[in-house]
Design a protein around this ligand. Sequence first.
Ligand SMILES: Cc1cc2nc3c(=O)[nH]c(=O)nc-3n(C[C@H](O)[C@H](O)[C@H](O)COP(=O)(O)OP(=O)(O)OC[C@H]3O[C@@H](n4cnc5c(N)ncnc54)[C@H](O)[C@@H]3O)c2cc1C
Length: 447
Amino acid sequence: MYNLPMKAVIIGAGLAGISAAKSLHETTLFDMITLLEKNPYIGGSAHSFSFDGLLFDTGPHRFHTHSKELKSEIISLFRESELVLKKKSSSIFFREKILNYPIEMSDVLFKLPLTDSVSSLSSYLSSKIRNGFRQQEPANFEEYIISNFGRKLYNIYFRPYTEKMWHMPAKDISSLWATERIPLASFSKLLLKTVVSLFKRRFKESHPHSPYETLFLYPENGIEMISQRLIPGGIELLKGFEVKSAVNNGDRLTAVSNGDMIVEGDLFIFTNPLPQTARMCLNTDAADLKYLPIHMFFIPIETARISRNHWIYFPDTKDVFYRVSEMKNFTNTYPENRTSLIVEVGELHNDSVDETFELIIKQLSEKGLLQARHIRKGNFKYHFLKNGYPIYKKGFEAKREMMYSKLGHIKNVGIAGRQGLFSYLNMDAAILSGRRTAENLLTELKN
Ligand SMILES: Cc1cc2nc3c(=O)[nH]c(=O)nc-3n(C[C@H](O)[C@H](O)[C@H](O)COP(=O)(O)OP(=O)(O)OC[C@H]3O[C@@H](n4cnc5c(N)ncnc54)[C@H](O)[C@@H]3O)c2cc1C
């Protein structure tokens, strides 16, 4: 038999850490598996809570995956009544108009002012002709978007939204962010479909169907239920335990500590932010791999519903928020006469939570999306998500690779998850990465 480790330590009880713990637990090779979580709750970014009698997620999440096995596994965790199947509905609030999200050529042509539509179409076509409909290797986010959508749409929509959210010039963002996050496969097809429907003179009645509309799963009692159901029994879970340092004994790690308590182990999986892991395990500074924080406002609203959208995106730089979501469209637990909004903000107005809240209400009211009288004064909850999104700054890939490679030399250490890998993973990918890292470490240790 191999000289297998007996005690595993996992840092972070988000989906990646939980699924890593589950995989190790299922091997029955471990005397003890300890899951260390700095928060008083599990679920990480996919956390749910109740406020003012209403259910909220720390940013509503939809669960979707291309893996049939994972989908079946998640479904099997719930009774039929506990998991709902929803059709995603998202919009862009753009120049006082509601457009489909992701942006569609039909909306650009028929919903924008004529001058914008014509110049968007001509700049899209000229960029396509210039590239010969071939994808050039883009140097950054700006080049990627211009070559795929044209300069006009970049200037009026993509650039303001992106720079508002990321607080940096779009030129400085890696094209990888666009390739991973912005669906474009069908933009040309949609144009073709729109033109065809124009010739058939029926475009007014039949809005081209968005190929991006997808079905997703949502647990009735909040997205955190996935973590609650996945976490295995029989492991040690220490909440409120923030790992601050690690003991590195040559090519192996022997323990981690929160400053008060030392937890020893034979195998370690880190799902906390990659720069933290690099500092603790390698004594290396990876501070230039940064995360974008999100200021979230959870606002109960005394009206039946704001819209049928799950998410609405706001590219206008005058708006303090960039995305708003309505939980009532995710779960059926809301009472008939109440709803809520979750508002995501990049930078606080005047550095003040209260002033930002007032501005949110003012701007949403001006757009006709809500009425201030439907909100009880000061009735909101604020949450600061420090590590919302890994920032894909141009050139970051080489630094990330270097960290992966250096950590790879510590035989009994693995990294996983969205923060741990510094990668823009969705929930399904986070679950799979936790599992994969656990399996890889076991194989490595057996050899
Ligand atoms: C606003 C928002 C909306 C999203 N929407 C969707 C969506 O609709 N669909 C989708 O599939 N995905 C979505 N995601 C992504 C999804 O949340 C993540 O993919 C997933 O939750 C990542 O899980 P994780 O375990 O990798 O990381 P995390 O959830 O970040 O977990 C890491 C855990 O480590 C803990 N930790 C950190 N440092 C330490 C430390 N030093 N010591 C101990 N513990 C520590 C943290 O507290 C946290 O619990 C969204 C993300 C955000 C931010």
